[in-house]
Write a protein that binds this ligand. Structure first.
Ligand SMILES: *Cc1c(COP(=O)(O)O)cnc(C)c1O
Length: 393
């Protein structure tokens, strides 16, 4: 049994490409070309060189000595917080922009919620000299002013989505509309392992550099390339997919996925998709999503903007349904306290998304000999104002 995508674009019963007919040519062009192009030696050379010299890879695998002592187990942190732009998202945008160039596309569009994917996309568009349009909900534009400014400095145009709740899902709808209207010259860079096939698989492959490096680094440090546990937070699921990728089919490695419980799973203010979601279709893929009884997508909530998504990618829906991964939900309060704790114990101020993953240490018992890898998906600079307000700093 494999937990990777099958040739039809499914992970178990999840995935596929549930798209309007007018989007079919764009998605089909991508489906037919993504494996061929990304396997070309010239693509791989350019991708690897940019990850090394531009992003700063490989990112270190850091043995967290004080944390390990407190929890009496061996805790390693994969330092995606050290990537250029402050998180893992740039691994994916570099991969997709190289693909876009080889497909002859000259205009890049993206959707963004908190603005992190918008910044990562604007960054690679500047790097390649391509036009960049980022759709963003009007509410999010107001909430995330520093990232809007960053995108503008990088030369991107930020277009407000004015419909619906004026947040991420509306921005996504606008981006899809744009792509339908501009099928020939435009490439849509999706920011997580979501969307119609082949996006989830493509994004997972670009992010899989994380688990490739973890294997090499653990072999050197522990004499065994497999950890006992790999832990990551899940919004759409791209940093988690990258951290799990090369361990998916090796059941000796236990996988833990951490979702945002917000104010509590049963509070009505949550983003814990596995706990609350039902099977449905969102953004072109069949997956688990939070919805009302009549099938309308419900507004998610989390203090961390990156986990504030009503679905999970199809890979993760399947990991949940099959029991391959254990899903744990962590509240705002638990995550915020870990943001402070990690800062004080290890000198690392995490993104609030990443802080959720650490709270697993209080929920599960690990053995002294266990090797536990936690994916530190991003740094906390972007969250400073949230930390300031929350802790009255
Ligand atoms: C965007 C983001 C996430 C959530 O996105 P995934 O696709 O689930 O990885 C997690 N951590 C950080 C730091 C982010 O910026």
């Amino acid at each position: 049994m494999s937990y990777h995508v099958n040739e039809k674009g499914y992970y178990g019963e999840f995935g596929g490409a549930y798209i309007p007919e007018m989007l079919y040519p764009n998605v089909e062009e991508l489906r037919q070309n993504y494996l061929k192009i990304t396997a070309e030696p010239s693509f791989q050379e350019e991708f690897d060189a940019l990850l090394k010299d531009y992003v700063g890879r490989p990112t270190p695998l850091y043995f967290a000595e004080r944390l390990s002592a407190e929890y009496n187990t061996k805790i390693y942190l994969k330092r995606e917080d050290l990537c250029h732009t402050g998180a893992h998202k740039v691994n994916n945008t570099i991969g997709q922009i190289l693909l876009a160039k080889r497909l002859g596309k000259t205009r890049i569009i993206a959707e963004t919620g908190a603005g992190q994917h918008g910044v990562a996309t604007a960054t690679v568009c500047a790097l390649m000299g391509l036009q960049c349009i980022v759709y963003m909900g009007e509410i999010d534009i107001k909430r995330q002013a520093p990232n809007v400014a960053r995108m503008k400095m990088l030369g991107a145009e930020v277009r407000p989505a004015l419909s619906g709740s004026r947040t991420l899902k509306d921005a996504t709808n606008e981006a899809i509309r744009d792509w339908i209207n501009n099928p020939v010259d435009t490439y849509y860079i999706i920011g997580s392992v979501v969307g119609p096939h082949p996006y989830p698989d493509m994004v997972a492959r670009f992010q899989s550099v994380t688990s490739k490096e973890i294997k090499e680094q653990l072999l050197e440090k522990e004499g065994n390339e497999n950890p006992d546990y790999v832990i990551a937070c899940v919004g759409g699921g791209s940093n988690a997919a990258g951290a799990y990728y090369h361990f998916l089919d090796d059941e000796s490695v236990k996988i833990i996925a951490v979702e945002a419980a917000g104010l509590g799973v049963d509070s009505g203010e949550s983003a814990a998709t596995s706990a609350l979601g039902k099977v449905g279709v969102i953004h072109g893929s069949k997956t688990l999503l939070m919805q009302s009884l009549d099938g309308q997508i419900t507004e998610p909530y989390s203090i961390s903007a990156g986990l504030d998504y009503p679905g999970v990618g199809p890979m993760h829906a399947n990991l949940f349904a099959t029991g391959r991964a254990e899903f744990i939900s962590i509240t705002d309060e638990q995550a915020m306290n870990w943001g402070l704790k990690l800062s004080k114990m290890e000198g690392l101020i995490p993104a609030i998304e990443s802080a959720h993953a650490f709270a697993v240490l209080d929920q599960k018992q690990f053995k002294p000999t266990d090797v536990v890898v936690i994916n530190l998906s991003g740094r906390g600079d972007k969250d400073l104002n949230t930390y300031i307000d929350y802790f009255k700093l």
